[in-house]
Design a binder for this molecule. Structure first.
Ligand code: SAH
Length: 220
């Protein structure tokens, strides 16, 4: 079945309804209901696009589970017109959900092929308030800092210091962190006036690890 033939809006609404029942708030659920998720998954998996599950998107990466996208989006507490840094564009689905909330999204992806594909899909779906670039998200996107929110969608062993620097005071960073025993949790970090962050451990999750370019000599 192609994207045109299916009634994807009904499927997206049903997904949003299920998320509401799981405790996601109305504003984020409505954003989920408006995003054509089938465009962000490989064509052979499009039929499963509105299931509440993560799916492979190639390059050993996955599009996150809608519940996790919704949950992390809520933790950000972002409002219309605010600027969000996303680390790990992947399929671009999380980017689209943030754009639906009216955010100006700056999204960094380390795999060029994924960034290019996400850019095409986001453009085709009509999202114009998104800015993508290829690079190591651990260094953030200093040219557009400070951000009103930062969301990281790959797992880290700690919070990259550059990201704390690029977060505005009083605002939130939502980031999956791996413990020593390899279990992972989403943390919500709030930046204090003294430049440090307070962290709260939230949901147990499973994200792919952050890749690093920092071992590569500069310029390569
Ligand atoms: N938000 C995505 C899920 C992405 S999965 C979605 O909704 O589809 C995690 C993504 O982080 C992958 O695309 C991976 O390539 C990317 N990634 C891993 N390490 C990274 C890094 N250091 N900087 C930027 N992106 C990174």
């Amino acid at each position: 079945m192609t994207g045109e033939e299916r009634d994807w809006r009904a499927e997206a609404r049903a997904l949003a309804q299920a998320l509401l029942q799981e405790g996601i708030g109305a504003r984020v659920a409505e954003a989920i209901a408006r995003v054509p998720r089938h465009l962000f998954v490989p064509p052979d998996l499009a039929e499963r696009a509105y299931e509440d599950s993560a799916l492979p998107i190639g390059c050993d990466q996955t599009i996150s589970q809608p519940f996790v996208v919704a949950y992390m989006t809520e933790l950000l507490e972002i409002h219309r017109g605010e600027r969000v840094l996303e680390v790990g564009t992947g399929s671009g689905y999380q980017t689209a959900v943030l754009a639906e909330l009216g955010a100006q999204v700056y999204s960094v992806e380390i795999v060029p092929e994924l960034s290019l594909r996400a850019e095409k899909v986001l453009k085709a779906a009509g999202y114009s308030s998104v800015h993508l670039c290829v690079g190591d998200g651990a260094v953030g996107w200093p040219g557009f800092a400070p951000f009103d929110g930062i969301i990281v969608t790959a797992a880290n062993e700690g919070v990259p210091p550059a990201l704390i620097e690029q977060l505005d005071t009083g605002r939130r960073m939502v980031i999956p962190i791996e413990d020593e025993d390899a279990s992972q949790f989403v943390w919500r970090m709030t930046k204090r006036a003294d430049g440090r962050v307070d962290g709260e451990r939230m949901l147990a999750v499973r994200f792919v690890p952050m890749r690093s370019t920092r071992t590569t000599p500069a310029g390569e």
